[in-house]
Write a protein that binds this ligand. Sequence first.
Ligand SMILES: Nc1nc2c(c(=O)[nH]1)N[C@H]1C(S)=C(S)[C@@H](COP(=O)(O)OP(=O)(O)OC[C@H]3O[C@@H](n4cnc5c(=O)[nH]c(N)nc54)[C@H](O)[C@@H]3O)O[C@H]1N2
Ligand SMILES: Nc1nc2c(c(=O)[nH]1)N[C@H]1C(S)=C(S)[C@@H](COP(=O)(O)OP(=O)(O)OC[C@H]3O[C@@H](n4cnc5c(=O)[nH]c(N)nc54)[C@H](O)[C@@H]3O)O[C@H]1N2
Ligand SMILES: [Mo]
Length: 787
Amino acid sequence: MASKAPQENIDEQQLHVGKIKSKAVGIPGIMHAMEISLAQMGPVRTAQTLLKINQKDGFDCPGCAWPEEEKRHAAEFCENGAKAVAEEATRRRVPPSFFAEHSIASLLERDDYWLGQQGRLTDPMFLADGAEHYAPVSWDFALDLLASELKGLADPNEAIFYTSGRTSNEAAFVYQLLVRGLGTNNLPDCSNMCHESSGSALTETIGIGKGSVSLADIHNAELIIIAGQNPGTNHPRMLSALEKAKKNGAAIVSVNPLPEAGLMNFENPQTPRGLVGGGTALTDDFLQIRLGGDQALFQGLGKFLLEEHRRPGGAWEGRVLDTPFIEAHTTGLHACLDQLAAVSWDEILLATGLELEQIHATGRRLLESKATIVCWAMGLTQHKHSVSTLKDVVNLLLLQGNIGKPGAGVCPVRGHSNVQGDRTMGIFERMPSSFHDALDAEFKFDSPRDHGYDTVAAIAAMRDGAGKVFVGMGGNFARATPDTSVTEAALQNLALTVQISTKLNRSHLITGRQALILPTLGRTERDTQAGGDQRVTVEDSMSAVHASRGRLAPASTSLMSEVAIVCALAKRLFTGDGGAPLPGAPVADWDALAADYSAVRTHIAAVVPGFGGFEEKLTKPAGFVLPHGPRDGRTFDTPSGKAVFTGNVLEYPTIPAGRLLLQTLRSHDQYNTTIYGKDDRYRGIYGGRRVVLVNAADLASLGIADGALVDLVTEWHDGVERRAPGFRTVAYSTPVGCAAAYYPETNVLVPLDSTADVSGTPTSKSVLIRLEPSTEQAPGDNVEAQH
Ligand SMILES: Nc1nc2c(c(=O)[nH]1)N[C@H]1C(S)=C(S)[C@@H](COP(=O)(O)OP(=O)(O)OC[C@H]3O[C@@H](n4cnc5c(=O)[nH]c(N)nc54)[C@H](O)[C@@H]3O)O[C@H]1N2
Ligand SMILES: Nc1nc2c(c(=O)[nH]1)N[C@H]1C(S)=C(S)[C@@H](COP(=O)(O)OP(=O)(O)OC[C@H]3O[C@@H](n4cnc5c(=O)[nH]c(N)nc54)[C@H](O)[C@@H]3O)O[C@H]1N2
Ligand SMILES: [Mo]
């Protein structure tokens, strides 16, 4: 049964603005997901695929990294999971004839929405030097070309190997082995732009860069603070867990510049109540914080705890801090206490934009709670001072012993469905030496130990001529990265760009002198190799590893799996005649690894801690949970063997008069750079994406009308003009001085060297801009502002 024809570019003139929603999901969510699924897949396939998402014998949902409930619903329904699946399982195709018809130049006129709508890539394609069209080639041609370019490099560090977070553990493991076998650690990944700040802060303070809670902890927490996260759109299944926590008596505090619908009120489509309306009010207290004010808030909460602990004759005197825990399991308390004493309430209130009583109220909830969890996502990780902000989150939890006990802990909520697993498998430009030692022993070679490039460093290297070949294992590097003009020019500086992809995107059009598209299988598809049908594994946000098996017939008979592509390339690079390993190369039977992924898992078990008995452990449908010292037994893999309190100087952005601080975020109808549709239903934006949400008082003081057409222009010290033209202003509930607009359209505004200290993450939630009257043509008069 057919899918519908793809839509045209988004016509921003159709944009209109309605009311902000106060609750998420319910019937409209189901309807919307069905509409998209039916358009992409037709009715039969829609039924087949949606029923298999996250089931015990099915595939892992490519939508997000939130864990599965032990007892699964027949269709664990999630609107945005369904949209992610429809995007991959679509019946639309991009065959060689598509590229014959469309030149690169004509495709560059198309937006991300149109490109994504075209469907699945079907054949390996080659763009020759000077050619205007991609042409089909054989896999042998493509892999030989890539191998010969890599072999011809003067230095292996001229090659850059990006990874997005959908890649399975098995593919990630052989990929990092290939890269290190070649002699480089240039393994930038999407995590560099995502939760890197979390990894940096947690590794330093608790000795492991992963969250410490399980789903049961969420269900049993007494207080959950959710900061800088929009789960209603980005982690919808988390709302069911929060609903359960609420029923068990938890209080929820939301910390966000925007009143996000899902956090406020949730109608669970799984329950009759959700279907008939009503829903659960999730948030007890909403702290509408200024952008980048979170470090001040967490220090303020710590200061409040300390004041109550020390208040002579007070109800909580001497009872607030968990002294036995602090003495047994931590170091550095005084550095933290000194900072909390030094920071002033005036500064905390200025930085957060909150009232003292609001912070005290949350502080009182902390006093009463015996088990507190802090959850966060991009609102906390994409600022200049993100790492110190997250160290202050850890400080707050450590003060009350809220780590390594039921219902308590840190919960960085990951984005891509296997971004955490990819890191566990070694996708990282600076893995610890213990990992290299184990890798070298297993594959009898000397892996390079010098650190490689992260994402921002990779762009700078390509810009400066130090890169020659780029390989993308999934993702959309040209669109996801900051400073779009700089990144595009950097990619165009290369000799060869190679994208291993499921769907067409702009990174296929912004190429080096030569380019390859290598089309690959998605999660939902059957993966048949010489050794039979294969399964892969993934790790969720709570360190649980489980198998994923696709059942759909592949989008084309010419697709290769990611594992098979990597092994075929490795064989060309690392073996000579008769398959004998070349001197110095990693020793592996590449054909055998591609034939049966359990052979890859045997190697993983030998190299990566926690994977002993990997294959047997997969027989349990729910998989297994990786060891986590702080969670399992309050052991901390830090130099002192203890959790580390830190004293962090307070930072927060200042916004000069007449300027705005812009956060770049996701709408409800997108998956990162993949645009599913034109609406952001919960925020009341329909039919277009070029909007900037601004406080009405700011619009008034700037003398700009609600609904006016403006350009966003970055204020940054290098004098380079960064302009995103033609955005419509929308008066919105956001703190004064704090604006919001969608990514990736606004990536052009984020300066490449505006990064978080320590983690190097682009400051996508903190871009200083000014609004200028638009340089674009005035729009038609069919735009309504209905506030
Ligand atoms: N449907 C869907 N699901 C997704 C994705 C998707 O694009 N679509 N992307 C996936 C990926 S890779 C990721 S990383 C996650 C992202 O998940 P989120 O982090 O929820 O994504 P964003 O849209 O960037 O939203 C950031 C949130 O933080 C708030 N915020 C911004 N700045 C600040 C701040 O300074 N302080 C505080 N307290 N809040 C702030 C914003 O208002 C917004 O609510 O979602 C994953 N899941
Ligand atoms: N301004 C701004 N920039 C940001 C962010 C922000 O909040 N603001 N967020 C950042 C974050 S959190 C992230 S994670 C990055 C995301 O960066 P990326 O991960 O690079 O981007 P995606 O849009 O998720 O990549 C989508 C593409 O992946 C390919 N793909 C999908 N599934 C598969 C698969 O199974 N295998 C393979 N090989 N390919 C596949 C498809 O071709 C699709 O077009 O963007 C970052 N950039
Ligand atoms: Mo992400």
